[in-house]
Design a protein around this ligand. Sequence first.
Ligand SMILES: [Fe+2]
Ligand SMILES: [Fe+2]
Length: 245
Amino acid sequence: MKTTITEIAADTFRINTFIPDFNLGFSQFLVRDDEPLLYHTGMRALFPIVREAVASLIDPAKLQWVGFSHFEADECGSLNEWQTIAQDATAVCSMVGKLVSVDDFASKNPAKGMNDGEEFSTGNHSFKFLATPHVPHNWEAGMLFDTSTGVLFSSDILHQNGDVAALTSDSGVTELVRQSMMEMQASPLADYLPYTPNTDATVKRIAALKPKVVASMHGSVYEGDGEKAIVEYAGILKDLFGPKA
Ligand SMILES: [Fe+2]
Ligand SMILES: [Fe+2]
């Protein structure tokens, strides 16, 4: 396993750990600000690695916010560990996530449950939250968009397998996403993503944020026309997971 740290936008750092056995990287993102925010914690097994990486950027005891899209081990598995070492560490997630799972899972500091369209600030960075049920997956899913830098924390959207570059501006990244989803479909992890009557509209609503940087959990961060890439992603979902004619 190797862990790398890359600044992908102003005071926004990608902390990536590549796990060869899964042929998959897991990225956590730290926004260094008055109220530091970690987006994704990674699985509990990664906690010592992520803590050390965060400690190279900020005092980890000062972490204020732990953001994530949905309730899954790679998204928020070590939330309790963070609340043990950082007194004020508070989850910021969808209201559904808070009410259904997060406050039961990590009860020390009740989560900040976000409603669709709600905004908040960590100092120099301002964020907008979108509720995106079942996109990429799970009822409580949401997206956090940094309106100050144009970074979309996209969770499993634009997931790419493999040991890839930290950052890419190659619009061909969506072809790699398609290949990765096909590999998933041919594996024990098939049916990773649901396709509902609302999927296409929800994905296009995310695209309409017009992100300059799409910070996926798995694979390269894409810097470029985020709207175009995410609209292409909507097409990939339809092709691979949508109803068959
Ligand atoms: Fe996920
Ligand atoms: Fe994930």
